[in-house]
Design a protein around this ligand. Structure first.
Ligand code: MF3
Ligand code: CO
Ligand code: CO
Length: 275
């Protein structure tokens, strides 16, 4: 049975499986954390070019978070030692920044989560490096459409399965595979909390959406099969068939009549091409 609790300053920060319902202070906290996250993704646009290393992008991201009064939520999270995840081409998620040099034709996901005044703003976008083949650009476009179609279903009275089904139907209509092994998640004062936000499902199933819920939607869509495998570093997830994978992520809050997207791009840089 799904349990819902009103969250206030006295709510324990336990991952006890209950879904927290937040009030105006929570919305204000998430608005600020989400805006910083989105501004960072905006500011990266001119830097995601051939020749830059993913470690250099990670350093920029850490600098922007600290300048914004935040800390990277990923730094020290379950042993992770970087300020973002950068997932290139067939990497599905949790790519570790390092000496990899971006090159012409890469498609790149950058996922950032500043922790600002106790609130987590979690968002990712795709970037196209130089000239990207049409098929890969289509994947990126359809993945963004999947995220936005999921968000359209995020309103009181609907269930998580309605969000999931909108994403799955759109991806599969294009013969793309929806990754099952990773989900969106509740968030707020915690980085990863209940509920689990699946991206595949049947309408009318799963937890009911109620005003005050905060969660991410972050579909990972593959050109090929949905199956992933984890590399030996314990983090990097790749497609088993080595097909390209794309992802976009927003953090949202359920309102009385729909939802508020906390991580919308202030500059309108929602999806590539950003030029
Ligand atoms: N930002 C990722 C998410 O969307 C989580 C990254 S956790 C890390 O949930 F440790 F891999 F960085
Ligand atoms: Co997330
Ligand atoms: Co994320």
């Amino acid at each position: 049975m799904t349990e819902y609790v009103m969250a206030d300053a006295a709510t324990p920060m336990a991952r006890d499986g209950a879904i927290k319902l937040h009030g105006p202070d929570g919305f204000e906290g998430m608005r600020r954390a989400g805006r910083l996250a989105a501004e960072i993704l905006d500011a990266l646009v001119p830097h995601v070019v051939p020749g830059v290393t993913t470690a250099e992008l990670d350093d920029m991201i850490r600098g922007m978070m600290i300048a914004g009064g935040a800390v990277p939520a990923t730094l020290g999270y379950r042993g992770y030692t970087h300020s973002c995840c950068i997932s290139i081409n067939h990497v599905v998620c949790h790519g570790i920044p390092g000496d990899r040099v971006l090159k012409d034709g890469d498609i790149v996901n950058i996922d950032v989560t500043p922790l600002l005044d106790g609130w987590h703003g979690d968002t990712s976008r795709m970037y196209l490096v130089g000239d990207v083949p049409l098929k890969a650009r289509r994947l990126v476009e359809v993945t963004h459409e999947c995220l936005m179609l999921g968000i359209e279903q995020a309103r009181p009275g609907n269930r998580m399965g309605d969000v999931a089904n909108a994403i799955q139907r759109h991806a599969e209509r294009h013969r793309f595979g929806v990754v099952r092994d990773f989900c969106g998640h509740g968030l707020g004062r915690l980085f990863h909390d209940a509920p689990e936000v699946v991206h595949v499902g049947r309408p009318g199933t799963g937890p009911e959406l109620r005003p005050g819920m905060f969660f991410t939607i972050e579909p990972m869509i593959n050109i090929g099969r949905p199956d992933v495998k984890l590399l030996d570093d314990g983090w990097t997830a790749v497609t088993r068939d080595r097909s390209l994978s794309a992802q976009f992520e927003h953090s949202i809050g359920i309102t009385e009549d729909g939802c508020e997207i906390f991580t919308l791009s202030p500059k309108g840089l929602h999806r590539p091409p950003y030029a």
